[in-house]
Design a protein around this ligand. Structure first.
Ligand code: FE2
Ligand code: FE2
Length: 207
């Protein structure tokens, strides 16, 4: 199984990332909590931009609700471990990815292109999280950390569903033009692979 390719990702995570992640689980979990909060607030901010599209706004709000649930559950895990959350680290990966969407957005006469890109960036962030959670789950199981592996299995299933939701919503915004959305996803994914290649394998979700 090649999770990266299955999720439209064009580059596998460097194996050194998972080594760092399992060695520094407290740090990873603290960053992960922030990522869930950012996923929720980003979905809500997108929902707020589409008051004329109630179906889209609702789907994004429901997604945000799930991300908040994940956030609370990661906070619970931090609490069990006696780890303080701390301030959010800069998520250079997400910042770079959003910039990429801005620079590849379509004609200013077609504002839906920018919205499609925002949704596809959301899809790519979900996809990368899924790919990394899979690596993490396998490493945790190999080390006998079964409870945390089970927790990440559950989150992986939810984030994979979110990936599909974002792609489906992008297709809906593009008036059902799936080939153009898939082509755009491939273009953004090529940029994501370059961003991923520059990451330093720090023990954070997008490190
Ligand atoms: Fe989540
Ligand atoms: Fe998600």
């Amino acid at each position: 199984m090649l999770p990266a390719a299955m999720l439209c990702l064009q580059r596998d995570t460097d194996p050194r990332w998972v080594d760092a992640a399992v060695e520094h689980l407290d740090e990873l979990l603290a960053d992960h909590a922030h990522c869930e909060m950012k996923a929720a607030s980003s979905a809500l901010s997108l929902a707020a931009r589409v008051p004329d599209r109630p179906t889209l706004a609702r789907a994004l709000a429901e997604l945000a609700r799930e991300e908040i649930d994940h956030y609370v559950r990661v906070l619970d895990e931090l609490g069990r471990r006696g780890v303080a959350l701390g301030p959010p680290p800069v998520d250079a990966y997400a910042v770079e990815l959003r910039k990429l969407a801005n620079t590849t957005a379509g004609s200013p006469h077609r504002p839906e292109h920018a919205l499609v890109d925002r949704l596809l960036v959301g899809a790519l962030i979900e996809a990368r999280s899924c790919e990394r959670f899979r690596l993490l789950i396998d490493a945790l199981r190999a080390r006998g950390v079964a409870d945390l592996a089970d927790f990440y299995e559950e989150l992986l299933a939810a984030e994979a569903r979110h990936y599909r939701t974002f792609v489906d919503l992008a297709i809906e915004v593009a008036a059902g033009d799936e080939p153009s959305v898939r082509a755009r996803l491939e273009r953004l994914s090529a940029g994501e692979a370059l961003i991923c290649a520059r990451l330093d394998n720090a023990p954070v979700v997008h490190g």
